[in-house]
Design a protein around this ligand. Sequence first.
Ligand SMILES: NC(=O)c1ccc[n+]([C@@H]2O[C@H](COP(=O)([O-])OP(=O)(O)OC[C@H]3O[C@@H](n4cnc5c(N)ncnc54)[C@H](OP(=O)(O)O)[C@@H]3O)[C@@H](O)[C@H]2O)c1
Length: 228
Amino acid sequence: MNDSGRAGLISGTGEEGQGIALRLAAAGNPVAIGSRSAERARQQALEINQQIGDEIVRGMSNHELIAACEILILTVPWIHSQQVITEYQEELSADQILVDVTVPIVFDKGPRLVDLGEQSGSEHLQSILPSGPAVVAAFKTLPAHLLCDLDTPLDCDEFVCSDSSEAKSRVLELVGTIHRLRWIDAGPLRYSRSLEAITLLEIGLNQRYRVKNSRIQMVGLEEPEKGS
Ligand SMILES: NC(=O)c1ccc[n+]([C@@H]2O[C@H](COP(=O)([O-])OP(=O)(O)OC[C@H]3O[C@@H](n4cnc5c(N)ncnc54)[C@H](OP(=O)(O)O)[C@@H]3O)[C@@H](O)[C@H]2O)c1
């Protein structure tokens, strides 16, 4: 199977994966949803295709997806991410791009960031893939609930970090297809640490204000108008 133009979500069957798949597919991008269970992935793909009235999403096992897609989007809970990447490591190649959506947050007496020393979760993943795909951090601050609600416009920003400018450009190009979502090149992978902290802030605000969709928009990044 060669589906290299298709963005593939590794275990994209959770709420965040479903939301990203939905928004990408609604923008006309071919998408693959992967899962440890191919049947679960096919069911999820069917539901998204029905929702958008197209046949643009395919469901398959994570193994098939990794063999087929060039851009792989990792949407498993962070606590399992290392084990998942280790399991599929031999199947990944340096020609692929791994988009890391995971956020190293655990919930004990409330949400908190896992202490990874100086590293972000994304740098941690990159360090266990020294000769594998370039890791790009993206979608970390976009709430699943918002992504899944196609009727609500994405009036927030999407921050993308990587140490590979080529991989980052490819991901920015993909993100840029999503309707009304402004992307921001947030720099090298080490800045994903800040994105992970923003997600923690959003979770805390959601709890305090009893909402589900708090999100971030930067101001002051617009090009100044000529003559001003
Ligand atoms: N939810 C949000 O609003 C949000 C926002 C920003 C970032 N994120 C990040 O996005 C990621 C996914 O979030 P989510 O809420 O969609 O997660 P989730 O629903 O809890 O899990 C996503 C998928 O991960 C797979 N999975 C679950 N347990 C696993 C295990 N023990 N081993 C291997 N795979 C397992 C399952 O897929 P299969 O069983 O089908 O393989 C599951 O459908 C997380 O890292 C989260 O930090 C979430």
